[in-house]
Design a protein. Structure first.
Length: 419
């Protein structure tokens, strides 16, 4: 495939992610400004997360059987059109939380279909020996969008309100869909029967593939526990603490996400250049250990004993927090890019959407429960205590997994019968 295809793929994703990251930053601010409750904010995450989880297995099958380009284009356009009701009710002044939650739930279904198709499509656009570099570029531009999105989202929300965010995001989705139309892509032919029995068997195959690979099975268990433990910290505690307890401004709140994204960008650059020859297992193990340590440090920083560092006129705490988030972003890239590359090489093209969808399901499956726990608990239990407990368990889980992982990464020569 030509480099032009890869550039269009990355550009289309960049545009759609710019709008969605603005909305992802502004909506929690809107919820907190409207209600002031962390439990309501957690419901926003759940309204998107639960429908996405329920449709992920189906999305994987569709991603392996249908034209992945057609899925990518149509999902972007539909996601843009789906925001029109929010825009209309926003202009009329009748925007309500039930409507927002309902639209987010529908959007999650489209997100699931989009993600299953695009995550499997990238390896078809580049040669295998260029795959880690292509993943680095993809993550680089993905996180440039995530870097600009929180800042733009916080500023636009502060100046013009939530409705302007919906308008911008809808335009980004539609523009992205138009870009992606120009990708030259020839889908593989499928001979599967379209019966209900065959469809169910295909959906189950992602779990079977992972179950038969010892390293993948260990990795799947780890990401399930990892996401269960980090979700309350970064989806509930950090937004609540910075907004309601530290009283940071909307712009300062946006800078927190920006700092994390700067780190991810730096890590993506390093992984695609100076670290490109390092064995993937070495990068993953070092990244996981460092990630766990940094999460503990962040939990300590927001504890009552260090809160004076955030007092008015004192910026030491904010600077430390921003620095820790930059470092956290760097190690996220050193974990994600090698993992993504190993998985793409390991998984046959005609089952890749199902396997990736299954991993997404396992990664996200435990989050609704932990976010619900965190959202309820934060109204009754000190925020730093919640963060510290989850971070401590994360450290123990991370150390256990690092000991089991090979220095060569998630490599395997396992052959599995395809469905």
């Amino acid at each position: 495939m030509s480099k032009v295809n890869l550039r269009i793929f990355i550009l289309g994703n960049f545009v759609s992610l710019l709008g969605s990251s603005m909305q992802r930053t502004a909506l929690p601010l809107f919820i907190l400004d409207l209600t002031g409750k962390g439990s309501i904010m957690s419901m926003l995450s759940l309204s998107h997360m639960i429908p996405m989880l329920l449709t992920t297995p189906i999305s994987g099958v569709i991603g392996d059987r249908a034209n992945r380009k057609h899925i990518m284009v149509s999902m972007d356009i539909l996601r843009g059109l789906l925001l029109i009701p929010l825009i209309i009710f926003g202009f009329k002044g009748n925007l309500s939380l039930p409507l927002i939650f309902f639209i987010m739930a529908l959007s999650a279904i489209l997100d699931s279909l989009f993600s299953a198709a695009t995550s499997a499509m990238l390896p078809e656009l580049v040669a295998e020996d260029s795959l880690r570099k292509a993943n680095s570029y993809h993550m680089l531009f993905t996180n440039i969008a995530n870097l600009l999105g929180p800042v733009f989202g916080a500023i636009v929300y502060s100046l013009w309100g939530i409705n302007s965010i919906f308008v911008f995001n809808a335009l980004c989705y539609l523009i992205s869909g138009i870009f992606e139309l120009f990708i030259k892509y020839t889908p593989q032919k499928h001979t599967e029967k379209n019966t209900l029995k065959e469809f169910i068997a295909s959906a189950r195959f992602g779990f079977e593939f992972i179950h038969k690979n010892h390293q993948l099975k260990n990795f799947a268990l780890f990401i399930l526990l990892l996401n269960f433990l980090i979700a309350p910290i970064f989806n509930v505690v950090i937004p609540f603490v910075t907004r309601e307890e530290l009283h940071l401004s909307s712009v300062a709140y946006g800078l927190l996400g920006t700092s994390l994204t700067i780190g991810i960008i730096l890590g993506a650059i390093a992984t695609g250049t100076i670290l490109s020859k390092k064995p993937s297992g070495v990068l993953i193990k070092a990244g996981i250990f460092t990630f766990c340590c940094l999460t503990l440090l962040i939990s300590a920083l927001i504890s009552p004993w260090l809160r004076p560092l955030f007092n008015d006129g004192i910026y030491t705490g904010t600077i430390f927090l921003l620095g820790l988030l930059v470092l956290l972003g760097i190690v996220v890239s050193t974990i994600n890019i090698p993992v993504q590359t190993d998985m793409q090489k390991l998984t046959p093209n005609d089952v890749r959407s199902r396997v990736f969808a299954t991993l997404d399901l396992l990664a996200q499956g435990a989050q609704p429960l932990s976010i619900a726990i965190g959202g309820i608990a934060i109204d009754y239990i000190p925020s730093y205590f919640i963060s510290s407990i989850f971070a401590l368990f994360l450290f123990m889980v991370g150390i256990t997994f690092v000991k089991k992982l090979s220095d060569t990464g998630l490599d395997s020569t396992l052959e599995v019968e395809k469905v």
